[in-house]
Write a protein that binds this ligand. Structure first.
Ligand code: GDP
Length: 161
């Protein structure tokens, strides 16, 4: 998409749809709030997540080129749901959607239930990028989004050139 700067120069805009998915309360809203506005909500009410197989599901995924697949390192159950979320993603979107596995709440060191090695291993098996983040202390939040955007840009550049 072309647009123009104040002095009339033509520039390119890119609009990418990136979805955040994962179990309720893993920190999806707060990762976005931290990245977009540098804000954090200590007691945020869980958003109404994309439930499996609801009417909104396919609209949520449609056209997505990137995905952050989020679990909470302090709740093992959220890590065990990742396979289901991956299936969901592949059912509703292009197989080539650039996906990063995100182990959020890395600040909760004392209540960790999923090791970094386990996260890495799952990502490798599934061909995903991997990162651990904390929306609370900002660690790696920008990097998680940037990894996805950079890869999408690389893929698009290869197609254009
Ligand atoms: P969502 O349902 O996946 O969108 O999760 P939310 O963003 O609403 O977060 C659920 C709860 O976890 C909230 O109470 C947040 O304050 C908390 N939370 C989110 N990210 C972090 C984090 O990185 N560290 C800690 N300690 N808490 C977090």
């Amino acid at each position: 998409m072309a647009s123009y700067t104040e002095d009339g120069q033509q520039t390119e805009d890119y609009l990418f749809k990136i979805v955040l998915i994962g179990d309720s309360a893993v920190g999806k809203s707060n990762l976005l709030a931290r990245f977009a506005r540098d804000e954090f909500y200590p007691n945020s009410k869980s958003t109404i997540g994309v439930e499996f197989q609801t009417a909104v599901t396919s609209a949520y995924y449609r056209g997505a080129v990137g995905a952050l697949l989020v679990y909470d390192i302090s709740r093992r159950q959220t890590f065990e749901s990742i396979g289901r979320w991956l299936n969901e993603l592949h059912t509703h979107s292009d197989m080539n959607v650039v996906t990063i596995l995100v182990g959020n709440k890395s600040d909760l060191k004392d209540s960790r239930e999923v090791t970094t090695a386990e996260g890495k291993a799952l990502a490798e098996t599934q061909g995903l990028f991997f990162i651990e983040t904390s929306a609370l202390d900002s660690s790696n939040v920008a990097a998680a989004f940037q990894t996805v955007v950079k890869e999408i840009y690389n893929i698009l550049s290869r197609k254009v050139m």
